[in-house]
Design a protein around this ligand. Structure first.
Ligand code: NAD
Length: 432
C-alpha cells in the first residue's frame, strides 16, 4: 500500500520504517528540514535499538523516503498517518494544534478518497474534530480512523513489529477492512486487531497509560511506607507479583515515571474528567505521588549531605527517562539535577545514549563524563538515576577508589544492600 506518515519522531519514524519493512511504500513527512536532511544522509536522530539497520535496508530498497512535501506525499497515498506531537498544553490539556494543522494540510492536498489515521495520542473527540476540519477543506471522500500507538521507547521497533494488540477505532467498514489488511503481517503471532468505535479507541490509549502510571505511583507509595515501617519493598514486590492477578510489569519503585507520555497523558485524562464533571481522585493522586517521588529522592541526598550542597560534587549515572533511549523529556534526572545545582552542588553525569540530549538541556552547567567511571572522580557520592544494563554489575572496588566518600544513592534499587555494606559503602535506596 502507499502510505505517508506525517511527523517523523519516535512514533512516526518507527511506524513508517516498520510499515516499509512489511513491503509498503512509505513517505515519512516532517516540517523539520534539518531532521530530514540528517535522515537522508543516514543519520538517525533518535536512538532506538534496531532502528538504524531497518531504515538503511528500507531506504536502500526504495520503500522508505523522507520528505517535507506533504502535498505530494498525500496525493501519492491511500493512508495518511498523523504522528505529530501532542504536548501538554494549558492546564494539563493536550495541545492539538499540530494535529489540527496537519489535518487541514492533508485535506487541502487530497485528490481522491483517503483514510486519515490519527496515531498521535489525543483526547476523546479528536477524530470527530479532525473530520470536521477535513470536511471544511476538501470535497473528496475520506474516513478518519483512531489508531493509538502502544510502542515503548527503548523497545519501539520490536513492539511495532510484534504488537500485543492493534486498536483500530473506526466508524467505517471500508476503512476498518483496509487497516486490518495493513496490519495483518504484524499479527502472525495471533495477537488481535481490536476494532471499536473511534471514541473508545481514543479512550483506550489514555486509560492504558494512566493505569500504568497508577501502578508505578502505587508501588512508590507502598515503597515509602515500607521504608518507615522497616519492611523491604523488594521482598514485598516479589511477594505481590507472584500473584498472577497482579503480574510483574510496571511494579518497580523508584524516582517516578517520566518521558513524553505518562506525565502528559495522565494530566490530559484528568482534564477530560474535569471537563465532563467526572471523579478523578485516583488519577490525580498518581500524578501527585509521581511529582513527590522526585522530591523524596532529593530529600535522601539532603539527609545525607545537608541542605547546603556548596562544595559537594555528585556523580550521576543515567540521564534518559528510561534505559535504551536518548530521550530526556520529563526525565526525573532533570528535576533532581536542577535541585542539586540550585543548592550549589556540582554534577558530573554519564548516560550511554543521552549525553547529546543532556547538553541541549544543561549546556555548561554540568560536567559531561567520558564514561561511567570518569563521572566518579572526586565526587562525594554516586546517584543512580536510570537503570541501564551497563550500570547493573559495576566494579564496586573501582567505584570506591574513585569516589571521595563511599556513598551510593540508588533511585532504581539496582544493587544489593548487604553486599554494598560488606564492601564498605553507605547505600541508600528506595523502600528499604
Ligand atoms: P516527537 O516529538 O518525537 O515527534 C513529532 C514529530 O512531528 C517531530 O519530528 C516534529 O518535527 C513533527 N511535526 C510537528 N509538527 C509538524 C507539522 N505540522 N508537520 C509535520 N511534522 C510535524 O513525538 P513522538 O514521541 O513521536 O510522539 C508523537 C505522538 O505519539 C504523541 O501524541 C505521543 O503522545 C504519541 N505517542 C508517543 C509514544 C512514545 O513512546 N514517544 C508512544 C505512543 C504514543
Amino acid at each position: 500500500m502507499n502510505i505517508c506518515v506525517i511527523g517523523t519522531g519516535y512514533v512516526g519514524l518507527v511506524a513508517g520504517t516498520c510499515l516499509a519493512e512489511m513491503g509498503n511504500s512509505v513517505i515519512c513527512v516532517d516540517n523539520d528540514t534539518k531532521k530530514l536532511a540528517k535522515l537522508r544522509k543516514g543519520i538517525i536522530p533518535i536512538y532506538e535499538p534496531g532502528l538504524e539497520e531497518l531504515i538503511t535496508v528500507n531506504v536502500a530498497e526504495g520503500r522508505l523516503t523522507f520528505s517535507n512535501d506533504l502535498d505530494k506525499a498525500v496525493k501519492n497515498s491511500l493512508i495518511c498517518f498523523i504522528a505529530v506531537g501532542t504536548p501538554q498544553g494549558d492546564e494539563g490539556s493536550a495541545d492539538l494544534s499540530a494535529v489540527h494543522q496537519v489535518a487541514k494540510n492533508i485535506a487541502k492536498s487530497m485528490n481522491e478518497y483517503k483514510i486519515i489515521v490519527n496515531k498521535s495520542t489525543a483526547p476523546v473527540g479528536t477524530a470527530e474534530k479532525l473530520a470536521e476540519i477535513i470536511k471544511k477543506n476538501t470535497t473528496f471522500e475520506f474516513d478518519v480512523v483512531s489508531n493509538p500507538e502502544f510502542l515503548k521507547q527503548g523497545n519501539a521497533v520490536e513492539d511495532f513489529l510484534k504488537p500485543d494488540r492493534i486498536v483500530i477505532g473506526s466508524n467505517s467498514q471500508n476503512a476498518t477492512e483496509i487497516m486490518q489488511e495493513l496490519y495483518s503481517p504484524f499479527l502472525r503471532t495471533g495477537n488481535p486487531v481490536i476494532t471499536m468505535d473511534v471514541k473508545s479507541a481514543e479512550m483506550t490509549k489514555y486509560a492504558a497509560n494512566s493505569f500504568l502510571a497508577v501502578r508505578i505511583s502505587y508501588m512508590n507509595e507502598i515503597a515509602n511506607i515500607c521504608e518507615k515501617v522497616g519492611a523491604d519493598i523488594e521482598m514485598v514486590r516479589i511477594g505481590m507479583c507472584s500473584d498472577n492477578r497482579i503480574g510483574s510489569k510496571f511494579m518497580f519503585p523508584g524516582i517516578g515515571y517520566g518521558g513524553s507520555c505518562f506525565p502528559k497523558d495522565i494530566k490530559a485524562m484528568i482534564k477530560t474528567a474535569i471537563e465532563f464533571e467526572c471523579e478523578h481522585k485516583i488519577l490525580k493522586s498518581a500524578d501527585e505521588t509521581n511529582k513527590n517521588q522526585r522530591k523524596i529522592f532529593t530529600k535522601k541526598i539532603l539527609n545525607k549531605f545537608g541542605q547546603d550542597l556548596k562544595g559537594k560534587t555528585f556523580a550521576i549515572w543515567g540521564l534518559a527517562f528510561k534505559p535504551k533511549t536518548n530521550d530526556m523529556r520529563e526525565a526525573p534526572s532533570i528535576t533532581i539535577i536542577e535541585d542539586l545545582l540550585a543548592r550549589g552542588a556540582k554534577v558530573a553525569a554519564f548516560d550511554p545514549k543521552a549525553m547529546e540530549t543532556a547538553k541541549k538541556i544543561f549546556s555548561n552547567k554540568i560536567k559531561y563524563a567520558k564514561n561511567a567511571y570518569d563521572a566518579l572522580k572526586n565526587a562525594d557520592g554516586l546517584l543512580l538515576l536510570t537503570e541501564w544494563n551497563e550500570f547493573r554489575h559495576p566494579d564496586f572496588d573501582k567505584i570506591k577508589s574513585l569516589l571521595k566518600m563511599p556513598v551510593i544513592i540508588d533511585g532504581r534499587n539496582q544493587y544489593d544492600k548487604k553486599q554494598l555494606k560488606e564492601k564498605g559503602f553507605e547505600y541508600i535506596c528506595i523502600g528499604k
